[in-house]
Ligand binder design. Structure first.
Ligand SMILES: CC(=O)SCCNC(=O)CCNC(=O)[C@H](O)C(C)(C)COP(=O)(O)OP(=O)(O)OC[C@H]1O[C@@H](n2cnc3c(N)ncnc32)[C@H](O)[C@@H]1OP(=O)(O)O
Ligand SMILES: O=C([O-])CC(=O)C(=O)O
Length: 454
C-alpha cells in the first residue's frame, strides 16, 4: 500500500465496506444470550471477577436485591483515603510514598520502614545507561502516554532477570517502576516538546532527598523551581490517583495479562495503554478540550439554560469531539459522589480564588450540576451520575501551570502503584487461574469455497 499517491486509502475504504458487510452483530444478541456487556450485570453492578485486599470502591448499596445510590467511599487496604490524607497532612508529611508502601505491602510503614522505602525509591530512579538516548530521544512520540507504554515495555531488555516471577524479583521490579515512571514521563515530555513544539531540550536528573511530587515538578520545569504548596497539592493528587480496586479498566488489564504468567513490563505497559483511553484516565485531557469548546461557544457562562443547551448538543454528538460523552461525568461505581472529585473540587475552588479564575471554576461547577438533568432529558436515563476524579484534576493542574500533555501521564505515575499491587496479588496469589471469559460465537458454519468460485 505504501508509495501509492493516496497511501492506499481507496483500497482501505473498500475494505471498510467489506468489513461492514460481514461484521454486524445484532445488539439484541447480548440480551438473548445473557451476555454481561462490559462485564456488567443488568443493574449496572460489575460481574464479580476476583477477590482483592488492595482497594475498595463503594458507590451504592444493595438491599433486598435493589441497588441504592450513596456517597462514594474509597478505601486503600482497609483505610479510608480521606482519613489517610488527613493523617499525613496533619503530621506535615508528603503522602505518596507512604501510600505506595501501604498499597504494595498491606500495612502502614513505621518511621524506619518509611525512610528505607523512600531511600529505595531514590536509589532506583536512575534510568538504565543509554535508556533515555536510545528509547526516549529516538523515535519520539507526540503522545507521552504512548512513549511511556513503549518505555515500560523496553525496560524488559535492560533487566538482567525480567521473567523471574519470584516475589523478591517482582518487588524489585515494582519499586524500580514506581521510581522510574516519573523520570520517563519527564524525559518523554521534554523530548515531545523539543521535537513537536520546537522548544529547547532540557533533561533534569531527579534529586536525592526530594519527594516524588517535588522531584517531578523539579524535573519538568526548565528552571527547576516549584513552591511547597504546589508540591503538596501534586502529592495529594497522586495519592488520590494511586489505586481504584481490581475492576478498573487498567488494573484489570494488568491482572488479565499477569494471569497468563507474562512479565511485569508487559503487564504494566498494557495498563498504561488502557489508562490512556478517553473513557478512563485519558478523560482528564478530554475534559480540558471539552471546556475549550464550551468556553468559546457558550456566550454567557452564568446562564444555566445556555450551558444546558450546549451540553445537550454534546450528548447528541452535534459538537465537541462528537463522541456524545460529557467527559469528567459519570462512573461505573460512584453514584452520588466520587470522593476524589469532592476533595479536588475543594482545592480547585481555593486555587481559583487565589488565581482569579473563579468564573472558570463556576463553569466547571455548572457542568457538574447540570449534566444529570441533561442526560435524563436527552437519553431518558434515570441513572444517578456525578462528577468523577477527571472533572477537576485537569483544572487543578492547569492552575498549577502543569502542561496538558502531562495530565494523563501524572495519573499513570500514581496508578503504577495500584497496578503493581494488583499484579503481585494476581501472580502467585490464590486465584491461580488464567483469566479466560467466554464469548458466544454467532457466525453460522459454512463450507470453504475455492478461489475461482467466489
Ligand atoms: C479515572 C476514570 O476512569 S473515571 C471515568 C473517566 N471517564 C469519563 O469521564 C468519560 C465520560 N464518562 C463515561 O463515559 C462513563 O460515565 C464511564 C465510562 C465513566 C462509565 O461508564 P458506564 O458505567 O458504562 O456508564 P453507565 O452504565 O452509566 O452508562 C449508561 C449510559 O449513560 C451514558 N453515559 C454515562 N456517562 C456519560 C457521560 N459522561 N456522557 C455521556 N453519556 C454518558 C452511557 O454512554 C450509556 O449510554 P447508552 O446506554 O446510550 O450506551
Ligand atoms: O474505577 C473505575 O472504573 C475508573 C476509575 O475511577 C479509576 O480507575 O480511577
Amino acid at each position: 500500500m505504501e508509495g501509492k499517491k493516496d497511501n492506499g486509502m481507496d483500497f482501505v475504504t473498500s475494505l471498510c465496506e467489506e468489513y461492514r458487510a460481514h461484521n454486524y452483530i445484532d445488539p439484541s444478541y447480548y440480551e438473548r444470550w445473557g451476555v454481561k456487556r462490559g462485564l456488567r450485570n443488568a443493574d449496572g453492578t460489575g460481574v464479580l471477577a476476583g477477590v482483592t485486599q488492595i482497594g475498595n470502591v463503594l458507590g451504592y448499596y444493595v438491599q433486598d436485591g435493589e441497588r441504592y445510590p450513596m456517597d462514594g467511599k474509597l478505601i486503600y487496604r482497609g483505610i479510608n483515603v480521606e482519613e489517610l490524607i488527613d493523617g499525613f497532612m496533619r503530621e506535615g508529611r508528603f503522602g505518596f510514598e507512604e501510600t505506595a508502601y501501604l498499597l504494595l505491602f498491606g500495612a502502614l510503614p513505621d518511621r524506619t520502614r518509611l525512610e528505607e522505602f523512600k531511600q529505595a525509591l531514590s536509589d532506583n530512579h536512575t534510568l538504565p545507561k543509554m535508556f533515555t538516548e536510545d528509547m526516549i530521544l529516538k523515535a519520539p512520540s507526540p503522545d507521552v502516554m504512548n512513549k511511556l507504554a513503549r518505555s515500560v515495555l523496553a525496560l524488559y531488555s535492560y533487566d538482567d532477570n525480567p521473567d523471574d516471577l519470584s516475589l523478591a524479583n517482582q518487588l524489585r521490579q515494582a519499586i524500580q517502576l514506581i521510581a522510574r515512571v516519573p523520570v520517563i514521563v519527564a524525559h518523554a515530555f521534554a523530548v515531545k516538546r523539543h521535537y513537536y513544539n520546537d522548544e529547547s531540550l532540557y533533561l533534569h536528573r531527579p534529586q536525592p532527598g526530594l519527594s516524588v511530587a517535588e522531584n517531578f515538578l523539579y524535573s519538568v520545569r526548565h528552571d527547576n523551581r516549584f513552591t511547597e504548596q504546589e508540591a503538596r497539592l501534586l502529592d495529594l493528587c497522586m495519592v488520590l490517583h494511586a489505586e481504584h480496586g481490581g475492576g478498573n479498566n487498567s488494573a484489570f488489564a494488568c491482572r488479565v495479562l499477569s494471569s497468563s504468567g507474562t512479565d511485569m513490563y508487559s503487564a504494566v505497559a498494557a495498563a498504561v495503554g488502557s489508562l490512556k483511553g478517553p473513557r478512563h484516565g485519558g478523560a482528564n485531557k478530554k475534559v480540558m478540550e471539552m471546556f475549550r469548546y464550551i468556553e468559546s461557544d457558550v456566550k454567557d457562562w452564568k446562564d444555566d439554560e445556555e450551558v444546558k443547551d450546549y451540553l445537550g448538543k454534546i450528548l447528541r454528538k452535534e459538537t465537541g469531539d462528537r463522541s456524545g460523552l460529557i467527559y469528567g461525568m459519570g462512573h461505573a461505581i460512584y453514584t452520588l459522589s466520587d470522593p476524589r472529585a469532592v476533595l479536588l473540587k475543594k482545592f480547585a475552588r481555593e486555587l481559583a480564588e487565589t488565581k482569579g479564575m473563579l468564573d472558570e471554576f463556576q463553569l466547571f461547577e455548572a457542568v457538574e450540576r447540570l449534566t444529570p438533568s441533561v442526560l435524563a432529558d436527552v437519553k431518558g436515563d434515570k441513572k444517578v451520575v456525578c462528577a468523577n476524579i477527571d472533572l477537576y484534576s485537569g483544572f487543578v493542574y492547569k492552575m498549577m501551570g502543569i502542561p496538558e500533555e502531562l495530565y494523563t501521564p501524572l495519573f499513570a505515575m500514581a496508578r503504577v502503584v495500584g497496578w503493581c499491587a494488583h499484579r503481585l496479588e494476581e501472580v502467585g496469589g490464590s486465584a491461580n487461574r488464567i483469566i479466560r471469559p467466554a464469548y458466544k460465537a454467532v457466525a453460522p458454519l459454512r463450507p470453504f469455497v475455492p478461489l475461482d468460485q467466489r
